[in-house]
Ligand binder design. Structure first.
Ligand code: CA
Length: 482
């Protein structure tokens, strides 16, 4: 097997339940679906810190946030931790990245290991975005998702045909504030989008910090988000439901329209690979840096350790190597991506990535039995009580049967936070009886043994990944300056 090419397409905040290959009931994504039809759909892929900057750092380096330094959007990727792009470049791959980077603002945080790169500053803009690269910055006219694909195809056209390539296509869509391409403005009109089954979750059994997050569709989506002023008659405290439904339709209309811009551009890329005879030798990956609440539990946004937020879509096509139309239900995290891509390219991740904490899931993609594959995943969200979303810092463990979360409630991970000190709170969900994660049973005596087991598993994973449990306000802080 010669070294395959790798095309890694990543969007931003694209939840799996807005992809028809994952059974979406709100939209169709025919081009992204092609990857699933011709490859593998992975159903239990989790982000280990559900927010943009940290997820990108974990994907590139195969490490948890406390190892790579990118714990929150206030921090940046530690340039001393190698990325899989650097390894592939050193092995003779041609490498490029176009689109959203968002791994810091200093020069040291610029992309490393790429022959070519042009990225948005920070989040980037949807229309006529500024882009910068080794030769400086300029405004590029047009719509971001189209531009990122144009740059990718131009680079592919100009590359050396004799060497394999690794191309990262990083869309900024469908990140807030959800500005669609003009040509998609008629799609998914207001009134046509079904509300999710958990939209009216009353959160009764949850922690106080979770009941108070600033992520409700009804009260926290802004006029800027929904693009028109709220009608006066929906403003009162007794109108929460009507207001949430009204905002939901507008939020989801725009979100799904921006998703369609990504889907169209995935189609352009797949068509190009076929036209140029590259499809058979190229691994195509589609993913998103994390999931998103699409009105689920009454919320938008991500951050929290619930399914809709930490679940990542992951579709992989590799003709001749991976069987078409197959599924993988093993528990995988974004920390496993780098090891897997290196493995696909014939590189031993443990030899080349000294800090690697992930494991190649290539054998699972090939349908092989792996007896000792992990049955649990460790999660840690470092930001605490940011001024907009008021999401609490927390860590936890997820198995196939249970979800256990500790909200330790200190501003350890957020230099910008208000650092309100609140008591530690706990949640436990029985994912077999309660797959929608609605009923916190942490204080139910019937679950005392399960809770003890999950606490022990959490401690085991923190030790395995060299993280530290929270030990009160005096816990040593991360060095944000490195
Ligand atoms: Ca994101």
């Amino acid at each position: 097997m010669s070294s395959p090419n790798l095309v890694f397409v990543m969007s931003d905040d694209h939840a799996a339940h807005a992809i028809s290959a994952y059974g979406s009931v709100v939209n169709r994504t025919p081009h992204i679906d092609r990857i699933a039809e011709e490859g593998v759909r992975l159903d239990k892929v989790y982000c280990t810190n559900s927010i943009c900057t940290p997820s990108r750092a974990s994907i590139l380096t195969g490490t948890y946030s406390h190892i790579n330094g990118a714990c929150s959007i206030y921090s940046e990727l530690d340039y001393r931790v190698p990325t899989y792009a650097q390894i592939l470049q050193a092995k003779g791959y041609q490498t490029a990245i176009f689109g959203k980077w968002h791994l810091g603002v200093t020069e040291q945080a610029n992309p490393r290991g790429f022959d070519a790169w042009r990225i948005f500053p920070g989040q980037g803009a949807y229309v006529d975005p500024v882009m910068y690269g080794p030769e400086g910055e300029e405004v590029v006219e047009g719509y971001a998702s189209n531009i990122v694909t144009d740059l990718s195809l131009e680079w592919l056209d100009a590359r050396d045909d004799d060497r394999p390539f690794c191309l990262m296509v990083h869309h900024k869509a469908p990140h807030r504030p959800w500005v669609p391409d003009e040509k998609h403005r008629d799609l998914y009109p207001v009134g046509s989008i079904p509300e999710p089954p958990t939209m009216w979750d009353d959160h009764e059994s949850r922690s106080e910090v979770i009941r108070n997050v600033g992520m409700t569709v009804g009260d926290h989506l802004t006029e800027n988000d929904v693009k028109e002023p709220l009608p006066e008659e929906l403003a009162g405290p007794d109108k929460f439901r009507e207001r949430a439904s009204w905002k939901y339709q507008r939020y989801m209309r725009d979100y799904l329209q921006t998703v369609q811009g990504v889907d169209d551009n995935v189609g352009r890329l797949l068509d190009y690979l076929e036209e140029k005879g590259l499809a058979d030798d190229t691994v195509v990956v589609y993913t998103s840096d994390q999931g998103f609440f699409l009105g689920d539990h009454g919320w938008f946004d991500k951050r929290l350790m619930f399914q809709e937020s930490i679940g990542m879509p992951l579709l992989i096509r590799w003709p001749g190597e991976l069987a078409a139309g197959t599924r993988c239900e093993a528990m995988i995290t974004n920390v496993d991506f780098a090891a897997t891509f290196l493995d696909m390219c014939g590189v031993d991740p443990d030899e080349e990535l000294p800090d690697n904490q992930g494991r190649s899931f290539l054998p699972l993609l090939k349908g092989e039995e792996v007896d000792d594959w992990p049955q649990s995943m460790y999660y840690r969200y470092w930001e605490h009580d940011d001024p907009e979303h008021h999401a609490p810092a927390h860590y936890g463990v997820r198995t196939h049967e249970y979800l256990y979360i500790v909200y330790y409630n200190d501003g350890l991970g957020s230099p910008g936070s208000s650092e309100r000190i609140m008591p530690t709170e706990y949640e436990l969900y029985d994912l077999v009886k309660d797959p929608a994660e609605l009923h916190n049973v942490v204080d139910d005596p019937a679950y005392a043994e399960v809770r003890a087991q999950m606490e022990a598993e959490l401690a085991r994973l923190q030790d395995k990944y060299r993280d530290e449990p929270y030990r009160g306000p005096d816990t040593p802080r991360l060095d944000w300056s490195r």
